[in-house]
Design a protein around this ligand. Structure first.
Ligand code: KIV
Ligand code: ZN
Length: 388
């Protein structure tokens, strides 16, 4: 099976920021962008240059500060939007304009109030205009998952002829279902006559909790760019989460024929930075970056992990930037984890009877307290086994 590269396009600073309450200052965006660059993200969508002076300045500041990733600005199809994006991207070593227009009947009729023919004309004019200003142009069919197939074929063929090199198929309202969405990507890639001249990209929202599943299904069916955000931040229920996508394709390399260039050890530090800047906490059970993602509490699991980590771990905590996995001591914990933690604290028990007594006391305490910390253990042990 040939291995392709999967382009990681991060939109934390643009779609992530569209999450109500998540707005970021220019300097905060630069800090996050520098972390994304360090992580090796291929494309950073830094903002929507025409949206405000602040957004323009943020795109420009990121374009000045980051040289290791392509910097992108969003733009609607109007010439003014595109000019503003190009202006903000001027300092970029590698810049991209991402222009979009809605293609679904519901958006064309009620939002744009435009006939489909006019939508195609505008899209083509926008891509041509952008290509006169920059070499790298992405075109998005907003609400692609609710668009008519024949119309998508038509507009995609024409924007590729106009110079778009990435075609993005957003599931704007998180309506897609993995089988159907992946099949749509494959069918378009097979039937648009000039499809081989562009990279097909996906951008999934999480309204039904399917953003990552839909993106992965698209990758299986040929998409080679995924648009995503740190911690899954984004409009409404958010976007596909970068950390989940990267670790899914890495961990299941047996079924995903793609490579990602991301340094996964930067995932947890970047997640923390985004969380502290936006003030959006990460839920403890969030995959990869949640505090409990690599924590084991039950005795059976702890015993297994102590004997051989892979019994209950499909990834290593260290590989995504945690210090180590965590055996949480609580009422479900077993003797093996209890003894191992005592040993880590330098406490050795004289014999089996001492261990039994200490373990009984530990269980009594665990029934009263959610989690037993090292200080609890030290206090308990000085009771059970006083120092001579
Ligand atoms: O969700 C969406 O359709 C978007 C586009 C602007 C790419 O964010
Ligand atoms: Zn979006």
């Amino acid at each position: 099976m040939a291995i392709d590269r999967l382009i990681i396009f991060d939109t934390t600073l643009r779609d992530g920021e569209q999450s109500p309450g998540a707005s970021m200052t220019r300097d905060e965006k630069v800090r996050i962008a520098k972390m994304l660059e360090k992580m090796g993200v291929d494309v950073i969508e830094a903002g929507f240059a025409i949206a405000s002076v602040g957004d323009f300045e943020s795109v420009r500041a990121v374009a000045e500060a980051v040289k290791g990733s392509t910097i992108c600005s969003l733009a609607r199809t109007g010439a003014e939007d595109i000019d503003r994006a190009a202006e903000a991207l001027r300092p970029a070593e590698s810049g991209r304009i991402h222009t979009f227009i809605a293609t679904s009947p519901i958006h064309m009729e009620y939002k744009l109030r435009m006939a489909p023919d006019n939508v195609v004309e505008r899209a083509v004019a926008a891509v041509k205009h952008a290509r006169n200003l920059i070499g790298d142009v992405e075109f998005s069919c907003e609400d692609a998952s609710r668009s008519e197939y024949d119309f998508l074929c038509r507009i995609i063929e024409q924007v590729i002829n106009a110079g778009a090199r990435t075609i993005n198929l957003p599931d704007t309202v998180g309506y897609g279902e993995p089988g159907e969405y992946g099949a749509m990507v494959a069918r378009l890639m097979n039937s648009v006559p000039n499809a081989d001249k562009a990279i097909f990209s996906v951008h999934c929202h999480n309204d039904l909790g399917l953003a990552v599943a839909n993106s992965l299904s698209a990758v299986m069916h040929g998409a080679r760019q995924v648009e995503c955000t740190i911690n899954g931040l984004g409009e409404r229920a958010g976007n596909a989460s970068l950390e989940e996508l990267v670790m899914a394709v890495r961990t299941r390399a047996d079924i995903f024929p793609v490579e990602v260039s991301v340094d996964a050890t930067q995932i947890v530090p970047t997640s923390r930075l985004v969380s502290s800047i936006t003030g959006f906490p990460v839920q403890p059970n969030k995959a990869i970056v949640g505090a409990n993602a690599f924590a084991h509490e039950s005795g059976i699991h702890q015993d297994g992990v102590l004997k051989y980590r892979e019994t209950y771990e499909i990834m290593r905590a260290e590989d995504v930037g945690w210090n180590a996995n965590k055996l949480v001591l609580g009422k479900h914990s077993g003797r093996a984890a209890f003894k191992a933690r005592l040993e880590e604290l330098g406490i050795t028990l004289e014999n089996q009877a001492a261990l039994n007594l200490a373990f009984t006391r530990f269980k009594e305490l665990a029934d009263k307290k959610h989690e037993i910390f090292d200080e609890d253990l030290q206090a308990l042990m000085s009771d059970v086994q006083p120092a001579e």
